[in-house]
Design a protein around this ligand. Structure first.
Ligand code: CMC
Length: 436
């Protein structure tokens, strides 16, 4: 079969060149323009990476038009219904589902690394009680690089694997510590007898006096099941802003804990992982069903910066498969934890229905995304709003470390260094202060 070529002819400059197409195992092909500048002396311009593939990856596949999300080939629907978060983390990191022994060994290793160095606990004292937990997450994850730097040989795959395991194991412990610090409660050590999600709930909510009432009321199976699903849905999403940040930072050979801290920073923004917190603020601001039309009008008004949080996605243009799954979980959790007529959920459903019928949202293909519902579930589980994006961090760490491992294993990876179109002054001479 003849191979398609893309010809670029810069007539005014008298330069022409042909570029080949790169195919993946599935999905949209990409034009290989790596030699464009060398051959034609021009750059490509694509702010926001609307049409640019930044790497090759075998971890996650998304077909945005058809609402398909696969982790290592497995559909997200099957994983969310049948798997566990740790099994999915293993799959993302290693490429295959684990056998029983492999999962046991993986879980043991996670348990082994879940504790924090005692000296790290004192880092929290530097944060005021009202510091945002995401600020603490960035700081504490980054500070792991101070504990595990000199002994780390980035050339050694086993050293890299252990770093990845440490991050995955410690992230719920750090997250829970951020919350406990903010409320002034003592930190809780991880327990080896509890699963990943149960352990997190225990570290978040257990009280020293609890043993006297003789029940683990803070580890409810409905809550654990919901967390497990949410963590699976958020575990990876190919080259999103935070994962690309981790990859770009890692391309310099920087310490992986520092690179993941950079990813946490990128996730914090309301256009990305911060959306779940923003959805709840928005619902509080709207307040009641009768004010929905007013806020929909604001979202459509080009002169108003307000956007409907939890709506729209760069890749999904028909539906977000994660949103469909999470909507079901949302009902289950609310049935258990809130009154059936929870006003917040009613408001969310009414807003969703209103927006789905609106011409503007239909025309621009704006549908509820995963974070439209995740905040409502977290709120029902009594997780404070400021912790919502931290919950996303716990799950996405599995994706970040998998991409880091994949990239570091590529023999030819290069430093990421985009070019620019300069729009500033041409060369001009310095003017002394008295002459300005
Ligand atoms: N409310 C109102 N209008 C919107 C919205 C929204 N939520 N999202 C996009 N639009 C409009 C936007 O104004 C633009 O209109 P026009 O073509 O007239 O300029 C058009 O739709 C396309 O939007 P865009 O900003 O060019 O699209 P994007 O792909 O750059 O942005 C997005 C995607 C997710 C940042 C954006 O839809 C958004 O800001 N949504 C709200 C925040 C949110 O829910 N983020 C969570 C994403 S899912 C979690 C994750 O994976 O991180």
């Amino acid at each position: 079969m003849p191979q398609d070529k893309v010809a670029i002819n810069l007539e005014s400059l008298g330069r022409a060149a042909e570029f080949s197409l790169l195919d993946g195992s599935q999905g949209v092909p990409a034009i290989d323009i790596g030699s464009l500048y060398k051959q034609l002396g021009v750059f490509t311009f694509d702010p926001g990476f609307m049409s640019t593939a930044s790497c090759k990856s075998a971890i996650t596949y998304i077909d945005g038009e058809n609402g398909i999300l696969l982790y290592r080939g497995y559909p997200i629907e099957q994983l969310a219904k049948q798997s566990s978060f740790l099994e999915v983390a293993y799959l993302l990191m290693n490429g295959e589902l684990p056998g029983d022994d492999e999962l046991l060994a993986f879980t043991d290793e996670i348990n082994h690394h879940a504790m924090l160095h005692e000296a790290l606990r004192s880092f929290f004292d530097g944060f005021h009680y009202d510091a945002h937990p995401m600020a603490m997450m960035v700081g504490v994850m980054g500070s792991l690089s101070a504990f595990y730097h000199s002994e780390l040989n980035m050339e050694d795959p086993e050293h890299r694997r252990i770093s990845a395991m440490r991050m995955l194991a410690k992230v719920p412990t750090i997250a829970a510590a951020c919350y406990r610090h903010s409320v002034g409660w003592p930190f809780v050590y991880p327990r080896v007898d509890l699963g990943y999600c149960e352990n997190f709930m225990n570290m978040m909510f257990s009280l020293p006096s609890q043993k006297f009432i003789g029940k683990d009321h803070y580890i409810d199976p409905v809550a654990v099941k919901a967390l497990n699903i949410l963590f699976i849905l958020h575990a990876d999403h190919e080259q999103n802003a935070s994962t690309s940040t981790v990859r770009l930072a890692s391309s310099t050979g920087a310490n992986p804990y520092a690179c993941v801290a950079a990813g946490i920073s990128a996730l914090w923004g309301p256009a990305h992982g911060g959306a779940n917190e923003a959805v709840l603020s928005m619902l509080s601001e709207i307040g009641s069903v009768d004010r929905i039309p007013e806020f929909i009008a604001k979202a459509k008004d080009k002169n108003d910066p307000f956007r409907l949080m939890g709506f729209g996605h760069r890749v999904y243009k028909n539906f977000d498969p994660r949103a469909t799954l999470i909507r079901e979980t949302c009902h289950e959790v609310l049935e258990k934890y809130s009154d059936n007529d929870d006003p917040l959920f009613e408001l969310a459903l009414a807003l969703e229905q209103y927006a789905l019928k609106d011409e503007y949202f239909i025309e621009k293909k704006l549908y509820p995304n995963v974070d439209f519902y995740s905040g409502i579930i977290y709120k029902a589980l009594k997780i404070p709003e400021e912790m919502f994006t931290v919950m996303f961090v716990i799950a996405r760490t599995a994706g970040w470390v998998s991409h880091w491992l994949e990239m570091m294993a590529e023999p030819s990876h290069r430093i990421g260094r985009p070019r620019q179109i300069y729009t500033g002054y041409e060369k001009r001479d310095y003017i002394p202060t008295e002459e300005r």
